[in-house]
Design a protein around this ligand. Structure first.
Ligand code: GDD
Ligand code: MG
Length: 346
């Protein structure tokens, strides 16, 4: 079994964080996000993974290399320009010989992929799509199924009236198991979307198209800053299980500083006396000065938070400078190298 991770989107909704860092490798608790996906694929015994890239591919390849550090074999396929989700799968056809797990590269989940594969095989499906119930399906692909788990309808980014009409809330979780026969439905060399083209075409041709509902699993699309920050709150609050959190980094933390047990501190940080860190993720090489408070926040590497500044429910990019007595308030998302002069408020 192989896997293809769709990781070529521009990550526009996650700007400014994705201006210099492509979405697949934004740090989550100081680990490039894709490593969480690679970990759950490896857990299901899938070690041959193709990364389908388009936006800033070199940064991803330079960081993850051949995958040997993570016990998998990574192969990179870069589109000259974005081909769409289905087009990207077709573009990788030469690397796909068998049934493949296709994974949207921005989904954080603890699902057991092998149970979806087992279902796909048992029911003799050609295309299986994982579904998850959400409160508001409008930002996703709404999927209607019958009692036998057959997919009946696929509605990408449904309008409120369409959602109301169907009365369902199960959406495409961005994890598919696809037989190579699905490749034949996709035109070569053209832009093509799974959601708008391939799935409707599978339905039209009445192929074996089934759904697998995720029930007890954690699931989140990390596509915007709010969701990115909430993923950290979920991790640090203990609602995502099964991934190990690395708290072993060596930093210079003053004895008079207070860092709660849930927070994660990267290597080489300097945390000065009377600084307070609560339920936050602090990247490597960050300086936090006297009396600064960081709460429910994420700070990327090499930023500085000066004395008596307060950062709450916010995300701070790489190499930012937060001046003295600055207030960074709920919802702030600061791009790399942001400079906030003393006493600023966001
Ligand atoms: N290689 C490549 N080329 N990858 C792409 C391209 C492309 O042209 N376009 C998008 N991707 C990747 C993105 O990087 C992302 O990982 C994944 O495909 C999905 O794209 P998003 O832009 O994040 O889509 P979405 O979140 O609006 O909707 C999709 O995901 C939802 C679940 O989170 C759809 O699949 C929905 O149906 C689904 O519910
Ligand atoms: Mg997405």
């Amino acid at each position: 079994m192989q896997a293809l991770i769709l990781a070529g989107g521009k990550g526009t909704r996650l700007r400014p964080l994705t201006v210099y860092t492509p979405k697949p490798i934004v740090p989550v608790l100081n680990r490039p996000f894709l490593l969480y996906q690679i970990e759950i694929l490896a857990r299901a015994g899938i070690t041959e993974i193709v990364l389908s890239l388009s936006y800033q591919p070199d940064k991803i390849e330079d960081l993850l290399g051949d995958g040997s550090d993570y016990g998998v074999k990574l192969r990179y396929i870069t589109e000259p320009s974005p081909m769409g989700t289905g087009g990207a799968y077709k573009f990788a056809a030469d690397a796909i010989r068998e049934t493949t797990v296709v994974f949207n590269g921005d989904i954080l989940t603890d699902v057991d992929i092998s149970s979806i594969i087992a279902f796909h095989r048992e029911i003799k499906s050609e295309a299986t799509i994982a579904l998850v119930p959400v409160e508001d399906p409008s930002a996703y692909g709404l999927v209607e199924t019958n009692a036998e788990h057959r997919v009946l309808r696929f509605l990408e980014k449904p309008k409120p009236e369409e959602i109301a009409k169907t009365g369902i809330n199960t959406i495409n979780a961005g994890i598919y198991v696809l037989d190579p026969s699905i490749l034949d439905l996709i035109p070569k060399g053209e832009n093509c979307s799974f959601e708008y083209n391939v799935f409707p075409s599978i339905l039209e041709r009445q192929k074996q198209f089934y759904s697998y509902i995720l029930k007890e699993n954690y699931w989140r699309d990390l596509g915007n800053p709010k969701s990115y920050l909430e993923a950290h709150h979920d991790f640090l609050g203990g609602s995502i299980k099964g991934f190990k959190i690395d708290r072993s980094a060596v930093s210079d933390i003053a004895t008079a500083a207070s860092v709660d047990k849930t927070s994660v501190i990267g290597a080489g940080c300097v945390i000065k006396p009377n600084a307070r860190i609560i339920k936050s993720s602090i990247g490597p090489g960050v300086h936090i000065e006297e009396r600064a408070v960081i709460e429910n926040s994420v700070i990327w590497s090499h930023s500085r938070v000066s004395s008596s500044a307060e950062v709450r429910n916010a995300v701070i990019g790489r190499s930012c400078h937060i001046g003295r007595n600055v207030m960074v308030n709920e919802g702030a998302v600061l791009g790399d190298k942001t400079m906030l002069p003393d006493y600023s408020q966001t």
